[in-house]
Every structure is written in C-alpha cells, then in structure tokens.
Design a protein around this ligand. Structure first.
Ligand SMILES: *Cc1c(COP(=O)(O)O)cnc(C)c1O
Length: 453
C-alpha cells in the first residue's frame, strides 16, 4: 500500500512559534497614528488587546514559547495530518508530487483555532471578561467561540450580513459554544447604525464588522477585541502549521519546491509558508511560496503598497500594506474569508521584497478546482481553500507541459461542510465570473488620503 498519510505524535507538537521578522532583511515599517502620522508604540494598542499579545505583535525574538496549557488544548486536534494527494495527481495526470496539510480537523473546521486558543488563554490570564470580534465566513467567529468557551470568557461576534444569511449553521455553531452573534452592520453600535442609515441594503464587509467589534471593545475596560488574521501575533501563532508540515515533509523524505496557500489577510498562508521561508533565509533554499487570492478582491496582485486603515470606519492605526482602500466593498463572492481589502503587514513587506509571490483566480475557476479536488481526494474544501487548489492545479499542469516533477505542498486550511449553499449555487450555474475593472480599483484607492510609501 502507498503511504498516503504522514502523521506525527502528540509529543511532536512544536513548543515554540516562529517569528519571521527576526529573519527579514527589511523589517516591516511601523504603524502610524492616523492623526499625527507619527509611529505609534505598543501602548497605543492597550485599550484593545491583552498586553501579552501586544508584546508578541512587536517582538524581535525569533522564537516564542507556546504555553503548556495552549499545547494541551492544541492536542485536541493537533498535530494535524498531512496527505500525499495521489488522487489529485492521478486526476491531473501530472508528474508533480502533491502534498496537503489538512487543518479542517480542528473542532471548528479550519486553521483559525490555532490563534483563537492562545488569544483566549492570554486574555484569561489578564482578567478579561468579554472578547468581541468580527467574522466573515463564520470560521473565525466559531474558532473564537470555541476558545472563549474553553476559558469561560464571553464572546460577541459581528458577522458580515451576507454570511449571516448564507451560513445560518455557522451562527448556530457559535451559539452552541455560547457566543452572541450579530449580523453586521448591526444597530448595536454607532458605526453600524450610521452605515445602515446610509445604505440599508448593504451586504456588509469584514472592514465594517471590524469597526463594530472595535467600537464595543474600546468602550469597556474589561472587554477586548480579537482579530483572526492580518496582525503579526496571529501569523506567529499559525506557524505551528508550517513547523509541523516541515517535520512531516522530512518524514516523507521530501521537501517542497512550491508552497501554496489561499490568502485573505495572510494568516494561513503565513502559517504554512513562514517556516519554509526560514529555510530560504537560513540555508539559501529556494522554495517558492505563492499566495492565492480572489480576482474580485485582488489586493496583492492589483492593490497599492501604502498606509491604510485596517477597518472601514478608520479606527485602527495606519498600517503599511497592500490595499484596495479601506472603503472597498468586494462583490458578494462565497469565499467570505477572502473578502478583506488589505493584506497583513509582514506578508506585504515580503511581497514587496519579492520573497513571496501572489496570483489571483476568478470565482468560477475556484469552484471547478474545488470539485476536482473533492472528487479526487474526498474532502470538500472550504471555498477559501479552493483558491489555493486552483493554483496547485495550475502549477501541476505546468509540470506536465514541461515534463518536470516538482513537489508541491498546499494548505487545505478548512473543510467546506458548512458551505453547501456555495456549492449549490455553483452547480445551479449561479456563480458568475467576476473581474474588477481598473477604474473600480482606481476609484477606491483615490478615496484614500493616507500616506503613500
Ligand atoms: C479565515 C479563512 C481564510 C482567510 O484568512 P487568512 O488569514 O488569509 O488565512 C482562508 N481559509 C479559511 C478556511 C478561513 O477560515
């Protein structure tokens, strides 16, 4: 029998997270205060985040210890399996060797609990009573609801209205772990009320939901805010994925030539890719790392590298990142987790310095890829994950055309078992190709009066 699964023991769960900024030749530029345009220090984040996470946000240490209690909870589902995708290789008739790391085995079905658990843990340590957050597809909200429940913390989730309507079972899942869920924009916040007054039919966006959750956290000292992507500490926590994957590749006697992951704010991409980029930095390896984004929200491939707000309401510090503009509201595609206007600061700097690559795929192409994968490998991928799969298929086809065998590793960062509405729409022919015009992107960026770089 061919070996399909590459597994690790619980004792092999990594005990440190990897901080890539320690190895980057150009460090990310500092966040700026939106009023003074001066760099802000960590203390400016204190009203919103627990102190330990703020420290991790700015640390220059290369390795950060994972608390035992966090590893202990990780062991509910970690180490996650890695698979050799023999079925997909055969379906594509490619000489490429394809592997995937499967994060869909977590309680909420994606990579998100990797950071939700430590965020809830540090919050508990600091006596925080309530955590607010936003969720797009519902993946982050469910992960945080799971983690808060474990530590007996209240969890309040602002869920993008489009997803709230498309994915009612995600809401029920959050409720099961004890969280309160609001469709965003909601009338529970000032910014929500304002946006509803201007545009009552809006389907919402992650940027709007973030503003709502931040507003709630800023107005109460025992309430803090948690973010499931974009920030440095989130990416740090996700490096558990790539470190396990590195051990698993070693077990398989292989090393990837190409590492691929879908891209929303950058956390699952960072999680898988950074530990492999470490080999590029430390050992001069040449592993290509490719981020896959939707062509209807193409900040990496068509956005501008400049300072912008992380949220629509303009409440966050200004961050140096690839962005489509914080007022950008993407088309209502099903991959809710990828509908975010900006990219995380570290990933943006890495792209700017050409240490990583980015590609975009249209809405139809990704569902085709998802169905090819589901038929070949069994697991039905989350609509976000299908973007990475589309890139895998493209690279595997190139291998076939060129007659070379490359090793490809990708992040199957979540299953799509709650996304049947999306697949149903695809099968019914209701998913259209959607490409943004240059004029639409220019118009969104033209609204910015934040500093250019
Ligand atoms: C949240 C999510 C994403 C997008 O966020 P990243 O921070 O870019 O990883 C992608 N896939 C799944 C399954 C998600 O839950």
């Amino acid at each position: 029998m061919k070996q399909r699964k590459i597994l690790l023991n619980e004792s092999e769960i990594p005990d440190k997270w990897y901080n890539i900024t320690a190895d980057m030749p150009n460090k990310p530029l500092p966040p700026l205060h939106p009023g003074t345009l001066q760099p802000i220090g960590p203390e400016a984040l204190a009203p919103l985040f627990p102190m330990e996470l703020i420290k991790q946000e700015v640390t220059t240490d290369k390795w950060v210890d994972i608390p035992d209690e966090v590893r202990n909870i990780y062991s509910l589902w970690r180490p996650t399996p890695m698979y050799r995708a023999y079925g997909l290789e055969k379906a594509l008739d490619t000489p490429a060797k394809i592997y995937y790391k499967y994060e869909g085995v977590s309680p909420s079905g994606s990579h998100k609990p990797n950071t939700a658990v430590p965020q809830a843990y540090y919050s508990k340590q600091e006596g925080i009573k309530t955590i607010t957050t936003e969720t797009g597809a519902g993946q982050w909200g469910s992960a945080l609801a799971f983690a808060c429940n474990h530590f007996n913390i209240n969890c309040e989730v602002y869920m993008v209205k489009l997803s709230y309507e498309h994915k009612p079972y995600r809401k029920t899942m959050m409720n099961t772990w004890g969280a309160k869920v609001f469709p965003s924009p909601s009338d529970a916040t000032e910014i929500g009320k304002k946006i509803l007054a201007e545009n009552p039919d809006t389907t919402g966006s992650l940027g709007i939901a973030i503003s709502e959750a931040i507003e709630r956290a800023a107005s109460d000292e025992h309430t803090k805010y948690a973010l499931g992507s974009v920030l440095n500490h989130v990416k740090l926590h996700q490096t558990i994925v790539g470190q396990e994957a590195l051990k698993q590749m070693e077990k398989a006697g292989d090393l990837p030539d190409i590492v691929i992951a879908p891209f929303g704010g950058g956390s699952n991409f960072a999680g898988l890719a950074f530990p492999f980029l470490r080999l590029n930095f430390e050992e001069g390896k040449n592993i290509r790392c490719i981020a896959s984004e939707p062509s209807s929200c193409p900040k990496l491939t068509r956005g501008e590298f400049r300072y912008d707000f992380g949220d629509t309401g303009g409440m966050t510090p200004l961050l140096p990142m690839y962005t489509l503009g914080h007022n950008f509201v993407p088309a209502p595609i099903h991959a809710g987790g990828l509908r975010y206007h900006g990219a995380g600061v570290i990933v943006s700097q890495l792209l700017r310095d050409k240490f990583i690559e980015a590609v975009a795929h249209d809405n139809l192409e990704v569902f085709e890829a998802g169905v090819i994968f589901a038929k070949a490998e069994g697991i039905i991928p989350a609509p976000e994950a299908t973007h990475g799969i589309a890139t895998v298929i493209e690279e595997a086809k190139k291998c076939k055309e060129e007659g070379v065998s490359k090793t490809i590793l990708f992040n199957l960062c979540g299953h799509g078992n709650f996304d049947m509405k999306a697949y149903e729409d695809y099968f019914a022919g209701n998913i259209q190709k959607h490409e943004l015009t240059e004029a639409e992107i220019k118009a969104s960026l033209a609204q910015l009066n934040t500093p250019t770089i």
